[in-house]
Unconditional design. Structure first.
Length: 212
């Protein structure tokens, strides 16, 4: 048998998003690896019945709100709001939870697209090879979608207050930064409107995607 690995399976969604991970986890366990499933709290009993370790990403009340907001995923404008409520706002807590599971140097994170921002950025840190990790798409880095160690807060404050640095990439350039690429489909997941031409591009995208 190969060297046992510490495998973290991270997913969110409905049964169709979770059950395949449980099945993969069973097979990995059969091959001698340690497996932890990280997902919604309602799947804890099923995971443990398959001899998988489990780490809940939410409470029953938070899961109910997650389900109640599913219709936001049906529109271009709704997706960013869904991510704001259920991914970005939870990034710090999930980062800490993922990091706790990755203490072993033989850790692997297995995840999927859409709401996998946190685990993909954690994986991008490379077990400590990089101080920071930020998202990227279409060869463009997005430093505001990033993981920074909390111990940098004093340095960040000094850069803002004493050095009057206002561009985030000027600050992050001081550290080893990993860029984690996210796929671009019909819409760049990090599309932003800062200029008049960006607004025109957004209107074209809405027309192509059928509006809101």
């Amino acid at each position: 048998m190969d060297i046992p690995l510490n495998v973290i399976l991270y997913t969110k969604g409905s049964g169709g998003d979770v059950f395949p991970f449980i099945r993969c986890g069973q097979e990995l366990r059969n091959r001698g690896h340690q497996v932890t499933l990280m997902t919604h709290c309602v799947y804890e009993a099923r995971a443990k019945s398959r001899s998988l370790n489990f780490a809940a990403l939410d409470s029953p009340q938070e899961y109910d709100r997650f389900l109640g907001d599913q219709e936001l995923l049906n529109t271009p404008r709704g997706i960013p709001e869904f991510l704001r409520r259920h991914s970005l706002s939870r990034a710090l807590g999930e980062y800490q939870l993922v990091a706790q599971q990755c203490e072993s140097t033989k850790s692997i994170i297995v995840t999927r697209d859409l709401i996998d921002l946190v685990p993909r950025l954690v994986a991008g840190l490379g077990g400590g090879r990089h101080r920071l990790a930020c998202a990227a798409s279409a060869s463009q880095a997005h430093p505001v979608f990033a993981l920074w160690p909390i111990e940098l807060r004093a340095e960040l404050r000094r850069a803002l207050v004493e050095e009057e640095i206002r561009k985030v990439d000027r600050f992050t350039a001081r550290y080893t930064l990993a860029q984690v690429d996210f796929p671009v489909g019909e819409v760049d997941p990090f599309f932003n409107t800062n200029r008049p031409e960006d607004l025109e591009a957004a209107e074209r995208l809405l027309a192509v995607l059928g509006g809101v």
